[in-house]
Structure formats: C-alpha cells, structure tokens
Write a protein that binds this ligand. Structure first.
Ligand code: HEC
Ligand code: HEC
Length: 307
C-alpha cells in the first residue's frame, strides 16, 4: 500500500520492515553487549574469588593493581609476586590462552620452568578452563602497567627451580575438582569455591618441612602459616575447630571479619576477607559455609609449638 505525505511516497510494508530490521539489529547488538558485559563481570568476580589482587598488588606501598612486587614471607625466604597486568614486556600481555592455563592449572611457565608453590597453582589446578580464561580476560581488560619483576630472596636449595620437579612429584595433584561423594548442589559449589578458587587450604592445612600440604589434616590448622601466623582449625570439630559456629556465623564472618565472640579477625585472614571473600555473593558464602560443615571434623589443637 502506498500513501503520500507532501511529495514523499511511503510504503507501509517497507517502513514496517525497516523498523523491524532496525529493532532486530539494535536488539542483537544489545544482547551481544550485555553478553560481553556479563563475561567481563564474571571474570572480575572470579578474579576476586581467587584472591589474585591481594598477592599480586603491593598494597602496602601503594603499588598498582596486579603489577606485582608484593613480598610474601615464607619459611623458605621471601617471594616477590610478578606483574600479571597486560603489559607485553613486563607483564603477561603477550601470553596465549594455553600459556595462561598451563601456568595457572599446571604451575609451568611459558619457557617450561616450574613455578614455586608460593603461587597457589596447587589449588587453581581444580578450576575449570572456562573460569580460568574469564580471569585472564578480566586481567587483560584492565590498564597494563609497566613494572619489572623483582627476583625472589630465597636461599639454596629452596631457590633452585629445577628441584620443583621433584616437589611436584611428591606433592602436586593435578585437577580437576572432584566434589565430595553424595554432595548436595550447594556443597558441590562450596567445595569448588574453597578448593579451586578461594584456596583456604593453602593457609589452613599444615605443611611438612618441604612445604607440601599434609592432607590428612585438611583445613585442621597450622602453627606456622605464611608470615609465621597461627592459622586456626576450621573443620567442624567442637573442641578444637569451629564446630560451635553456625553456618550463619561463618557467612557473616566472611563478609565483615567479625567472629561470633565479637572479636575482629587479623592478619592474612583479614586481607582474604577484604580483597576476596567479602566480594562474593551471599549465596556463594553460604555454599562455602555448607561445605565447611560437611567435611570430616579433625581434632587438632593448633598451638605455636604444635603441627
Ligand atoms: C598466595 C599468593 C598468590 C596468589 C593468591 C596468587 N598468586 Fe599468582 N603468583 C604468586 C607467586 C609467588 C608467583 C611467582 C611464582 C614463581 O616465581 O615461581 C606467581 C605467579 C603467577 C603467574 C606467572 C607469572 C609469570 O610472569 O610467570 C601468573 C600468570 C599468576 N601468578 C596469576 C595469578 C592469578 C590469575 C591469580 C588469582 C586466580 C593468582 N596468581 C593468585 C603468588 C600468588
Ligand atoms: C592467606 C591465608 C589464609 C587464607 C587463604 C584463608 N585463611 Fe582463614 N585464617 C587465616 C589466619 C591467619 C587466621 C587467624 C586470624 C586471627 O588470628 O585473627 C584465620 C582465621 C579464620 C577463621 C576464624 C577461626 C577461629 O577459630 O578463630 C575462619 C572461620 C577462617 N579463617 C575461615 C577461612 C575460610 C573459609 C577460608 C577460605 C574461604 C580461609 N579462611 C582462607 C589465614 C587464611
């Protein structure tokens, strides 16, 4: 059908079709944009859950986010974290997805060298490839920072990278994440968050003299955690663990660091809450609490002279 407005002739069908076309195009662009936004939000969320910021940022000296240089004191010496921003020279901007996955999930660098377990690839190995790559996409979306890496201050033999090949044989179990038998959906999610991302065990599971995790004391506390801290038992044992904390206590502790006795948490746990756990959704914190309640209680009193 044709009609006139002034000198112009329009076809109603034509107008309708082009309107439809334009709307469809706008919708498609919109959907693509919101999908990209969702992907990038997901990457930011997982990066927070993984606690990458706290270790890879020299917060105390106003360092730039993810540019590294943060000292990590361990019984073996001081490790300085590398730059993981998108700068191609001093950061990881030139890395392929495969190189990133190999570093994060196998603990092996682009030139084939093994990483020290001060980098908790031993936990990240349980992450899905999809989650790991969402983290990479997020890191690459941030401003690249030019900052040279600082070498570690660790004495031999612990500074010998090649010895890590032996260490790996003894102590590294490559992923994937296996949920506990007959776990509910919530506990399965909580276990993934604890084991693959938030890496509670890197601090709460004691280590032997070579720095390997003693899995018979999984999450049962450590006398000499990072920076010489006493790390409490967080298994549901009534006397020596957190058996008397409700799931609600654990959830609110992870959001603001307040313990059931109204004490405020200190040290590296306070950092883990600030930079990571407080940024999780309530649902994910509840999943972590449900998982912690589901693991076997272990009686282990952590004292400064104990295991
Ligand atoms: C507990 C501290 C800690 C946390 C948490 C941590 N890292 Fe690291 N990371 C390190 C240390 C230390 C190294 C250096 C290891 C070495 O030199 O062998 C490292 C190395 C790396 C490397 C290799 C860089 C290079 O130049 O070879 C990448 C990539 C990396 N981390 C990414 C991440 C990501 C992504 C996260 C969060 C999911 C993360 N890290 C969380 C301590 C940490
Ligand atoms: C970087 C090391 C580190 C990581 C990672 C870590 N913690 Fe902690 N956590 C500590 C230290 C150290 C303390 C003791 C803090 C203090 O004495 O104030 C602590 C204390 C706690 C407490 C208080 C227990 C009590 O009896 O006082 C709970 C609960 C807890 N952590 C749960 C977790 C959970 C759950 C995760 C993982 C989602 C986690 N932590 C990850 C180091 C860590």
């Amino acid at each position: 059908m044709l009609f006139r407005i002034g000198q112009k002739r329009f076809s109603i069908k034509g107008v309708a079709f082009s309107l439809f076309g334009a709307t469809a195009l706008l919708l498609t662009v919109g959907v693509q944009e919101s999908r990209a936004q969702e992907e990038s939000d997901k990457g930011a969320y997982l990066t927070a859950a993984g606690g990458c910021y706290g270790c890879h940022t020299d917060v105390k000296n106003d360092g730039k986010p993810f540019a590294g240089g943060r000292p990590l004191e361990t019984p073996f010496g001081i490790f300085y974290t590398p730059n993981i921003t998108g700068d191609p020279e001093t950061g990881i901007g030139g890395w392929t997805d495969e190189e990133f996955l190999k570093a994060l999930k196998e603990g092996i660098g682009p030139s084939g060298h093994p990483y020290f377990p001060a980098f908790p690839y031993t936990s990240y190995t349980k992450m899905t490839d999809e989650d790991a790559l969402a983290i990479k996409a997020h890191l690459m979306s941030l401003p690249p920072v030019v900052q040279e890496n600082r070498s570690h201050d660790v004495s031999p033999p612990f500074s010998w990278r090649w010895l890590q090949w032996g260490w790996r044989l003894l102590f590294f179990d490559e992923g994937p994440y296996v949920p506990p038998a007959r776990a509910s959906e919530q506990v399965t999610r909580g276990g993934y968050l604890v084991e693959a991302l938030t890496h509670c065990g890197e601090c709460h599971t004691p280590r032997n003299f070579l720095g390997g995790s003693d899995n018979s004391l999984y999450l049962a506390g450590a006398a000499n955690g990072a920076e010489g801290e006493l790390v409490p038992n967080i298994t549901p044992d009534d006397a020596t663990g957190i058996g008397d904390w409700s799931e609600g206590d654990i959830v609110s502790f992870m959001s603001d660091g307040m313990m059931p006795d109204f004490d405020n948490v200190q040290g590296s746990m306070a950092e883990a809450i600030d930079h990571s756990l407080s940024k999780l959704t309530e649902e994910d914190r509840a999943a972590i609490a449900a998982y912690l309640k589901s693991i076997p209680p272990i009686e282990n009193k952590v004292t400064s002279s104990g295991p």
